[in-house]
Design a binder for this molecule. Structure first.
Ligand SMILES: NC(=O)c1ccc[n+]([C@@H]2O[C@H](COP(=O)([O-])OP(=O)(O)OC[C@H]3O[C@@H](n4cnc5c(N)ncnc54)[C@H](O)[C@@H]3O)[C@@H](O)[C@H]2O)c1
Length: 441
């Protein structure tokens, strides 16, 4: 910790990204004040309680609260007076009536902070935004602050939910979109520890920094949809996409990661980021360059429909069927249900007349709020009791390790759709289960 010259930092927006950033920056030795407009979130964080599931974050929050280096507030005046570098971490969801990013929270954060800044300050965007936003925010801040010692920078975030603490403390790269050497220096001081440990830094202009993030997510989404497109083909020619993926993955130029066939991507980032990228490209007149992302999105949605169809094939009709869904989070080790493929499939099955019982190790509370029409259970076995069909839709370790005999004793019929290609078909079939999975016989 000795190598860090403590800075006075503010973090605005304490969701998955902001809370993690605030806690980790304080852990590294900085003085951090974190702000959210959601008073209940601020109260919980101040009491040492992380309002979402993220492995290791609760423990680290309590540890840094004891040092006195982290505190929480709802006052913009407070952060303006207390910090020199302000990280904007508010949400950028998809607009209700289109593909574009909803920038109202970003505009409110930059616009709300700017007039209160009376000293030299750097306001750093971390939210994922369309190219051109940083330049617009720099203009907004210049107008509203009337202070030419206030600057804007963009520092996109690449953390993965489920690994957020480690990714923040040991990032694989740092991208600084800056307009001056002073801004670059403030960011180098903020991340001194990671840089000292060898983390590469890419210093660039605003637009490139903004694009790095959406380009990275577009690439990852494309890789997932590529293998899922192969799964569609495998289904027709009775080939096995898991073997195909294994064989492709040995090619170092291709690599194994993000080449796992299954129900596809969801969550608060990939789907909305590729859509916002397409929307921005259209505004800029380069929509042809990103036309393939529409296919990436469509392939991804078709996997959800195909999973519902696989289940229906097994039970004949969903009307009156009892269906157990294992998984609600959009991925394991998270309670995030934003655009969750698992819940999307569960709700579609319920609409076709089944009664659906969902279990997830972390996301049931969130799921209950968003999908009150579904039933929820406390354990996988409870969810499976009396079921005519089980669908595994989020690949938690707990589900990967299930014993086919133990689960088999609870259900009414041993029928399983493995939506994540997470189980060994041979052992499930040996235990008398009818096992179906995406992209394999
Ligand atoms: N979650 C991730 O894994 C991740 C990773 C990289 C980048 N991002 C990007 O980071 C941004 C935030 O994502 P998230 O997942 O943390 O979202 P989130 O919805 O969990 O958190 C956003 C927070 O901002 C707060 N907020 C809204 N308006 C505000 C305002 N005017 N002032 C202060 N606080 C305000 C909300 O109350 C909420 O707590 C998005 O742009 C997202 O794309 C997220």
């Amino acid at each position: 910790m000795s190598s860090v010259d403590p800075l006075r930092l503010a973090v605005i927006g304490t969701g998955y990204l902001g809370a993690t950033h605030a806690v980790c920056m304080a852990h590294l030795g900085h003085e951090v004040v974190a702000l959210d407009v959601d008073e209940s979130k601020v109260a919980r964080l101040a009491a040492g309680d992380v309002p979402f599931f993220e492995p290791g974050l609760d423990e680290l929050l309590r540890k840094v609260l004891e040092t006195g280096r982290l505190r929480f507030t709802t006052s913009y005046q407070d952060v303006a007076e207390s910090a020199d570098v302000h990280f904007i971490c508010v949400g950028t969801p998809q607009v209700k009536d289109g593909y574009a990013a909803d920038l109202r929270y970003v505009e409110a954060a930059f616009g709300g902070l700017a007039p209160l800044l009376r000293r030299p300050a750097l306001v750093v965007g971390k939210s994922t935004v369309p190219a051109g936003t940083a330049a617009r925010m720099a203009e907004l801040v210049r107008e509203r602050s009337g202070n030419d010692q206030v600057e804007v920078a963009w520092n996109p975030e690449f953390l993965r939910e489920g690994f957020a603490v480690d990714d923040t403390l040991r990032p694989d790269r740092l991208v600084f979109g800056v307009a001056s050497a002073w801004a670059e220096q403030q960011l180098r001081l903020t991340y001194a520890r990671a840089i000292e440990d060898g983390c590469p830094v890419v210093v660039t202009d605003f637009a490139t920094a903004e694009l790095v993030k959406v380009a990275a997510n577009s690439f990852l989404a494309t890789k997932i949809s590529f293998i899922n497109a192969m799964a569609e083909v495998c289904e027709v020619v009775h080939a096995d996409v898991t073997k195909l993926s294994e064989a492709l993955g040995y090619d170092e130029r291709i690599g194994r990661r993000f080449l796992h066939p299954g129900l596809g991507f969801g969550g608060g980032c990939l789907p909305k980021d590729i859509r916002a990228f397409m929307a921005r490209a259209e505004e800029l007149g380069v929509d042809q360059a990103l036309a393939f992302l529409k296919d990436v999105d469509d392939i991804n949605k078709r996997r959800r429909a195909r999973t519902v169809e696989l289940g229906r094939e097994l039970v004949g009709s969903f009307a009156g069927a009892r269906v157990c869904v294992l998984g609600a989070a959009f991925k394991p080790n998270s309670d995030d249900i934003r655009d969750s493929p698992a819940l999307d499939v569960a709700a579609a099955i319920q609409r076709q007349g089944a009664s659906v019982v969902v279990y997830d190790p972390a996301a049931v509370d969130n799921a209950r709020v968003m999908y009150p029409e579904l039933e929820y259970a406390e354990t996988a076995l409870d969810a499976a009791r009396g079921a005519d069909l089980v669908l595994l839709l989020t690949e938690w370790t707990e589900f990967r390790q299930m014993d086919p005999e133990v689960l088999g004793a609870a259900v009414a019929a041993r029928r399983l759709v493995d939506g994540r290609n997470a189980l060994q078909p041979t052992s499930w079939r040996a235990a008398g289960w009818t096992y179906r999975a995406l992209g394999r016989p």
